[in-house]
Design a protein around this ligand. Structure first.
Ligand code: SF4
Ligand code: SF4
Length: 343
Protein backbone atom coordinates (compact mmCIF):
# COMPACT_ATOMS: atom_id res chain seq x y z
CA UNK A 1 0.00 0.00 0.00
CA UNK A 2 2.84 2.40 0.82
CA UNK A 3 4.36 1.90 -2.60
CA UNK A 4 1.31 1.65 -4.80
CA UNK A 5 -1.63 3.20 -3.05
CA UNK A 6 -3.43 4.35 -6.20
CA UNK A 7 -4.05 0.70 -6.93
CA UNK A 8 -5.60 0.13 -3.49
CA UNK A 9 -7.34 3.41 -2.84
CA UNK A 10 -10.81 2.59 -4.22
CA UNK A 11 -10.91 -0.77 -2.50
CA UNK A 12 -9.88 0.75 0.83
CA UNK A 13 -12.47 3.52 0.61
CA UNK A 14 -15.19 1.02 -0.38
CA UNK A 15 -14.41 -1.02 2.71
CA UNK A 16 -14.79 2.00 4.98
CA UNK A 17 -17.98 3.02 3.18
CA UNK A 18 -19.48 -0.41 3.62
CA UNK A 19 -19.10 -0.45 7.39
CA UNK A 20 -20.02 3.21 7.84
CA UNK A 21 -23.26 2.62 5.92
CA UNK A 22 -23.94 -0.41 8.11
CA UNK A 23 -23.59 1.82 11.19
CA UNK A 24 -25.76 4.59 9.76
CA UNK A 25 -22.85 7.03 9.32
CA UNK A 26 -22.18 9.27 6.31
CA UNK A 27 -19.94 7.21 4.07
CA UNK A 28 -17.47 9.83 2.74
CA UNK A 29 -16.14 13.24 3.67
CA UNK A 30 -18.62 15.37 1.64
CA UNK A 31 -17.07 17.72 -0.89
CA UNK A 32 -20.12 19.25 -2.61
CA UNK A 33 -19.28 22.02 -5.04
CA UNK A 34 -20.61 25.29 -3.54
CA UNK A 35 -21.53 23.38 -0.38
CA UNK A 36 -21.56 24.85 3.16
CA UNK A 37 -18.18 24.36 4.79
CA UNK A 38 -17.81 23.10 8.34
CA UNK A 39 -14.54 24.33 9.82
CA UNK A 40 -14.69 22.56 13.16
CA UNK A 41 -12.33 19.71 12.41
CA UNK A 42 -9.67 19.19 9.80
CA UNK A 43 -12.01 17.29 7.44
CA UNK A 44 -13.53 20.62 6.36
CA UNK A 45 -16.66 18.90 5.03
CA UNK A 46 -18.45 20.79 2.24
CA UNK A 47 -22.09 19.91 2.67
CA UNK A 48 -24.65 19.93 -0.11
CA UNK A 49 -28.34 20.56 0.71
CA UNK A 50 -29.53 18.30 3.55
CA UNK A 51 -26.21 16.45 3.47
CA UNK A 52 -24.54 15.36 6.71
CA UNK A 53 -20.87 15.82 7.63
CA UNK A 54 -18.52 12.87 8.06
CA UNK A 55 -19.00 12.82 11.85
CA UNK A 56 -22.79 12.75 11.37
CA UNK A 57 -23.29 15.78 13.63
CA UNK A 58 -23.66 18.60 11.11
CA UNK A 59 -26.30 19.03 8.41
CA UNK A 60 -26.61 21.71 5.73
CA UNK A 61 -30.07 23.19 5.81
CA UNK A 62 -31.27 26.27 3.93
CA UNK A 63 -27.69 27.13 2.97
CA UNK A 64 -26.61 27.13 6.61
CA UNK A 65 -24.83 24.71 8.85
CA UNK A 66 -27.05 23.12 11.46
CA UNK A 67 -25.37 21.51 14.45
CA UNK A 68 -27.27 18.32 15.30
CA UNK A 69 -25.16 17.90 18.42
CA UNK A 70 -21.95 19.26 19.88
CA UNK A 71 -23.03 22.72 21.04
CA UNK A 72 -22.64 24.03 24.59
CA UNK A 73 -26.30 23.12 25.15
CA UNK A 74 -26.10 19.54 24.07
CA UNK A 75 -23.60 16.93 23.02
CA UNK A 76 -23.50 13.18 22.66
CA UNK A 77 -21.39 12.63 25.71
CA UNK A 78 -21.01 10.49 28.80
CA UNK A 79 -18.48 10.53 31.66
CA UNK A 80 -17.06 8.59 34.58
CA UNK A 81 -14.65 9.14 37.45
CA UNK A 82 -11.35 7.35 37.08
CA UNK A 83 -9.12 6.93 40.12
CA UNK A 84 -5.65 8.51 39.73
CA UNK A 85 -3.09 7.43 38.72
CA UNK A 86 -5.10 6.10 35.80
CA UNK A 87 -3.86 4.17 32.76
CA UNK A 88 -3.74 7.36 30.75
CA UNK A 89 -1.38 7.38 27.75
CA UNK A 90 0.54 10.26 29.38
CA UNK A 91 0.57 9.02 33.00
CA UNK A 92 4.33 8.37 32.92
CA UNK A 93 5.08 12.09 32.40
CA UNK A 94 1.93 14.04 33.38
CA UNK A 95 1.06 15.83 36.61
CA UNK A 96 -1.52 13.21 37.61
CA UNK A 97 0.62 10.12 37.26
CA UNK A 98 4.22 11.20 37.81
CA UNK A 99 6.27 13.63 39.90
CA UNK A 100 6.02 16.42 37.34
CA UNK A 101 4.10 19.64 37.79
CA UNK A 102 4.15 19.72 41.59
CA UNK A 103 3.16 21.94 43.38
CA UNK A 104 1.69 24.32 40.77
CA UNK A 105 -0.29 21.75 38.80
CA UNK A 106 -0.47 18.70 41.04
CA UNK A 107 -1.70 17.95 44.55
CA UNK A 108 1.20 15.62 45.32
CA UNK A 109 4.89 15.18 44.47
CA UNK A 110 4.14 11.89 42.71
CA UNK A 111 1.00 10.11 41.50
CA UNK A 112 -2.10 11.83 42.87
CA UNK A 113 -3.50 9.05 45.05
CA UNK A 114 -6.91 9.92 46.45
CA UNK A 115 -7.87 12.11 43.47
CA UNK A 116 -9.80 11.42 40.27
CA UNK A 117 -9.74 12.07 36.58
CA UNK A 118 -13.10 13.00 35.06
CA UNK A 119 -13.07 11.03 31.79
CA UNK A 120 -15.45 12.71 29.32
CA UNK A 121 -16.31 10.48 26.38
CA UNK A 122 -17.59 12.07 23.14
CA UNK A 123 -19.66 9.76 20.98
CA UNK A 124 -18.59 10.81 17.48
CA UNK A 125 -15.37 10.93 15.49
CA UNK A 126 -13.75 12.54 12.46
CA UNK A 127 -11.77 9.37 11.65
CA UNK A 128 -12.98 5.84 10.91
CA UNK A 129 -10.39 3.53 12.46
CA UNK A 130 -10.86 -0.15 11.70
CA UNK A 131 -9.27 -1.05 15.06
CA UNK A 132 -11.26 1.42 17.20
CA UNK A 133 -11.40 0.19 20.78
CA UNK A 134 -14.36 2.43 21.62
CA UNK A 135 -16.41 1.58 18.53
CA UNK A 136 -19.58 0.85 20.53
CA UNK A 137 -20.56 4.51 20.37
CA UNK A 138 -21.25 4.05 16.63
CA UNK A 139 -24.34 1.98 17.19
CA UNK A 140 -25.53 3.01 20.59
CA UNK A 141 -28.44 5.41 21.10
CA UNK A 142 -26.86 8.15 23.13
CA UNK A 143 -28.35 10.59 25.53
CA UNK A 144 -27.30 14.22 25.28
CA UNK A 145 -26.01 16.50 28.00
CA UNK A 146 -25.24 20.20 28.29
CA UNK A 147 -21.82 21.56 29.14
CA UNK A 148 -23.22 22.65 32.51
CA UNK A 149 -24.38 19.12 33.37
CA UNK A 150 -20.98 17.75 32.38
CA UNK A 151 -19.07 20.39 34.35
CA UNK A 152 -21.16 19.57 37.45
CA UNK A 153 -19.48 16.16 37.54
CA UNK A 154 -16.27 17.90 38.66
CA UNK A 155 -16.03 17.38 42.43
CA UNK A 156 -13.42 18.63 44.90
CA UNK A 157 -11.48 15.37 44.39
CA UNK A 158 -11.27 15.71 40.61
CA UNK A 159 -7.78 16.90 39.62
CA UNK A 160 -8.03 16.53 35.83
CA UNK A 161 -10.59 16.33 33.06
CA UNK A 162 -9.74 14.31 29.98
CA UNK A 163 -11.82 14.86 26.85
CA UNK A 164 -11.64 11.81 24.62
CA UNK A 165 -13.95 9.47 22.68
CA UNK A 166 -14.55 8.74 19.73
CA UNK A 167 -12.83 12.04 19.42
CA UNK A 168 -13.51 15.37 21.15
CA UNK A 169 -12.90 17.23 17.84
CA UNK A 170 -16.40 17.24 16.30
CA UNK A 171 -17.93 18.30 19.66
CA UNK A 172 -15.09 20.58 20.75
CA UNK A 173 -17.46 23.53 21.31
CA UNK A 174 -19.16 21.57 24.08
CA UNK A 175 -15.83 20.40 25.52
CA UNK A 176 -14.44 23.93 25.67
CA UNK A 177 -17.61 25.23 27.32
CA UNK A 178 -17.38 22.39 29.87
CA UNK A 179 -13.72 23.12 30.61
CA UNK A 180 -14.34 26.84 31.08
CA UNK A 181 -17.36 26.35 33.34
CA UNK A 182 -15.58 23.73 35.44
CA UNK A 183 -12.46 25.86 35.87
CA UNK A 184 -14.51 28.88 36.81
CA UNK A 185 -16.44 27.01 39.45
CA UNK A 186 -13.82 24.72 40.97
CA UNK A 187 -11.39 25.95 43.55
CA UNK A 188 -7.88 24.49 43.25
CA UNK A 189 -6.10 22.43 40.63
CA UNK A 190 -8.04 21.24 37.58
CA UNK A 191 -5.94 20.20 34.59
CA UNK A 192 -7.61 20.14 31.18
CA UNK A 193 -6.38 17.30 28.95
CA UNK A 194 -7.32 16.01 25.50
CA UNK A 195 -6.87 12.65 23.85
CA UNK A 196 -7.37 13.18 20.15
CA UNK A 197 -6.49 12.20 16.60
CA UNK A 198 -5.30 15.80 16.17
CA UNK A 199 -7.67 16.45 13.27
CA UNK A 200 -8.67 19.93 14.46
CA UNK A 201 -8.88 23.32 12.77
CA UNK A 202 -6.59 26.12 13.94
CA UNK A 203 -9.33 28.11 15.65
CA UNK A 204 -10.20 25.31 18.06
CA UNK A 205 -6.63 24.12 18.36
CA UNK A 206 -5.68 27.52 19.79
CA UNK A 207 -8.55 27.31 22.27
CA UNK A 208 -7.74 23.84 23.54
CA UNK A 209 -4.08 24.81 23.75
CA UNK A 210 -4.94 27.79 25.96
CA UNK A 211 -6.98 25.65 28.38
CA UNK A 212 -4.27 23.00 28.71
CA UNK A 213 -1.36 25.42 28.89
CA UNK A 214 -2.86 27.48 31.69
CA UNK A 215 -4.21 24.54 33.70
CA UNK A 216 -1.18 22.19 33.60
CA UNK A 217 -2.99 19.74 31.31
CA UNK A 218 -1.65 17.66 28.44
CA UNK A 219 -2.68 17.38 24.80
CA UNK A 220 -2.26 13.76 23.80
CA UNK A 221 -2.22 13.19 20.05
CA UNK A 222 -2.35 9.82 18.40
CA UNK A 223 -0.40 9.70 15.12
CA UNK A 224 -1.89 6.59 13.53
CA UNK A 225 0.65 6.29 10.72
CA UNK A 226 3.32 8.30 8.94
CA UNK A 227 2.31 7.21 5.47
CA UNK A 228 -0.84 8.94 4.24
CA UNK A 229 -1.76 5.76 2.37
CA UNK A 230 -1.72 3.72 5.56
CA UNK A 231 -3.70 6.38 7.40
CA UNK A 232 -6.37 6.16 4.71
CA UNK A 233 -6.32 2.38 4.89
CA UNK A 234 -6.60 2.17 8.66
CA UNK A 235 -8.61 5.32 9.44
CA UNK A 236 -10.46 6.24 6.22
CA UNK A 237 -8.95 9.75 6.07
CA UNK A 238 -5.73 11.65 5.49
CA UNK A 239 -3.20 12.30 8.26
CA UNK A 240 -2.02 15.62 6.81
CA UNK A 241 -3.92 17.77 9.26
CA UNK A 242 -2.80 15.68 12.24
CA UNK A 243 0.85 16.16 11.27
CA UNK A 244 0.34 19.91 10.78
CA UNK A 245 -1.27 20.14 14.22
CA UNK A 246 1.57 18.22 15.86
CA UNK A 247 4.15 20.47 14.19
CA UNK A 248 2.33 23.56 15.36
CA UNK A 249 1.96 22.33 18.94
CA UNK A 250 5.53 21.12 19.28
CA UNK A 251 6.84 24.52 18.23
CA UNK A 252 5.00 25.85 21.30
CA UNK A 253 5.93 23.02 23.66
CA UNK A 254 8.72 25.10 25.22
CA UNK A 255 6.11 27.40 26.76
CA UNK A 256 5.57 24.79 29.49
CA UNK A 257 7.84 21.81 29.88
CA UNK A 258 6.81 20.59 33.32
CA UNK A 259 4.48 18.78 32.90
CA UNK A 260 4.90 18.35 29.13
CA UNK A 261 2.25 20.15 27.11
CA UNK A 262 2.17 17.57 24.31
CA UNK A 263 2.48 13.78 24.37
CA UNK A 264 2.37 11.68 21.18
CA UNK A 265 1.36 8.04 20.82
CA UNK A 266 1.22 5.47 18.01
CA UNK A 267 -0.57 2.14 18.03
CA UNK A 268 1.64 -0.64 16.68
CA UNK A 269 -0.83 -2.38 14.37
CA UNK A 270 0.84 -5.61 13.15
CA UNK A 271 1.48 -5.70 9.42
CA UNK A 272 0.73 -1.98 9.02
CA UNK A 273 2.50 0.23 11.54
CA UNK A 274 5.99 -1.23 11.35
CA UNK A 275 9.36 0.08 12.44
CA UNK A 276 9.67 2.09 9.21
CA UNK A 277 6.48 4.01 10.08
CA UNK A 278 7.66 4.60 13.62
CA UNK A 279 11.11 5.73 12.51
CA UNK A 280 9.55 8.36 10.23
CA UNK A 281 7.18 9.61 12.95
CA UNK A 282 10.02 9.71 15.48
CA UNK A 283 12.34 11.57 13.10
CA UNK A 284 9.61 14.15 12.52
CA UNK A 285 9.08 14.58 16.28
CA UNK A 286 12.82 14.75 17.00
CA UNK A 287 13.27 17.46 14.36
CA UNK A 288 10.69 19.58 16.21
CA UNK A 289 11.57 18.74 19.80
CA UNK A 290 13.75 15.75 20.74
CA UNK A 291 12.29 15.71 24.27
CA UNK A 292 8.75 15.05 23.05
CA UNK A 293 7.31 12.16 25.08
CA UNK A 294 6.38 9.39 22.62
CA UNK A 295 4.41 6.34 23.68
CA UNK A 296 4.30 3.21 21.49
CA UNK A 297 1.15 1.27 22.25
CA UNK A 298 0.55 -2.46 22.01
CA UNK A 299 -2.36 -3.39 19.76
CA UNK A 300 -5.21 -5.68 20.83
CA UNK A 301 -7.66 -7.00 18.22
CA UNK A 302 -10.81 -4.89 18.18
CA UNK A 303 -13.82 -3.83 16.09
CA UNK A 304 -13.12 -4.84 12.45
CA UNK A 305 -9.62 -6.12 13.14
CA UNK A 306 -10.44 -9.03 15.40
CA UNK A 307 -8.63 -11.41 13.04
CA UNK A 308 -5.31 -9.73 13.82
CA UNK A 309 -2.68 -10.87 16.33
CA UNK A 310 -1.52 -8.65 19.18
CA UNK A 311 1.71 -6.67 18.73
CA UNK A 312 4.66 -8.96 19.35
CA UNK A 313 7.43 -8.09 21.79
CA UNK A 314 9.92 -8.13 18.92
CA UNK A 315 7.83 -5.66 16.87
CA UNK A 316 7.51 -3.29 19.85
CA UNK A 317 11.21 -3.43 20.70
CA UNK A 318 12.27 -2.82 17.10
CA UNK A 319 10.05 0.27 17.03
CA UNK A 320 11.40 1.48 20.36
CA UNK A 321 14.99 1.11 19.09
CA UNK A 322 14.17 3.02 15.87
CA UNK A 323 12.57 5.88 17.78
CA UNK A 324 15.57 6.21 20.08
CA UNK A 325 18.04 5.91 17.21
CA UNK A 326 16.72 9.04 15.51
CA UNK A 327 17.22 11.12 18.65
CA UNK A 328 14.05 11.05 20.74
CA UNK A 329 14.96 11.09 24.43
CA UNK A 330 11.64 10.08 25.96
CA UNK A 331 10.12 7.00 24.32
CA UNK A 332 8.37 4.10 26.00
CA UNK A 333 6.28 1.06 25.22
CA UNK A 334 2.83 1.37 26.76
CA UNK A 335 0.33 -1.50 27.20
CA UNK A 336 3.19 -3.95 27.68
CA UNK A 337 0.76 -6.45 29.15
CA UNK A 338 -0.83 -6.81 25.68
CA UNK A 339 2.38 -7.69 23.86
CA UNK A 340 2.48 -11.17 22.35
CA UNK A 341 -0.86 -12.08 23.90
CA UNK A 342 -2.73 -14.89 22.21
CA UNK A 343 -6.32 -13.90 21.31
S1 SF4 B 1 -16.88 18.38 12.63
FE1 SF4 B 1 -15.45 17.64 11.05
S2 SF4 B 1 -16.32 15.72 10.31
FE2 SF4 B 1 -17.97 16.82 11.40
S3 SF4 B 1 -19.01 17.99 9.78
FE3 SF4 B 1 -17.47 19.35 10.68
S4 SF4 B 1 -15.64 19.10 9.36
FE4 SF4 B 1 -17.03 17.35 8.95
S1 SF4 C 1 -5.97 13.29 32.19
FE1 SF4 C 1 -4.13 14.57 32.04
S2 SF4 C 1 -3.34 14.92 34.12
FE2 SF4 C 1 -4.93 13.31 34.19
S3 SF4 C 1 -3.79 11.41 34.14
FE3 SF4 C 1 -4.31 11.90 31.99
S4 SF4 C 1 -2.66 13.20 31.18
FE4 SF4 C 1 -2.44 13.04 33.40
Amino acid sequence: MRQDFDKWFDEVIRLHEHFRARDGLPTRVPKARDGVVCKICGNHCRLGAEEAGYCGLRIASGGKLKLVSGTARRARVSWYHDRLPTNCVADWVCAGGSDSGYPQYSYSPGPEYGYYNLAVFYEACSFDCLFCQNWHYRSQVSSEHSARETAQAVTDRVACICFFGGDPGPQVIHALATARLARREKWGILRVCWETNGNLSDKYLDSILKESLTSGGTIKIDIKAWSEALNYALCGTSNKRTLEVVARLLKLAGQRRDPPLVVISTLLVPGYVDSREVRSVARFLASLDPDTPYSLLGFAPNFLMTDMPATSLQHAEECLAEAKAVGLTRVRIGNRHLLGKDY
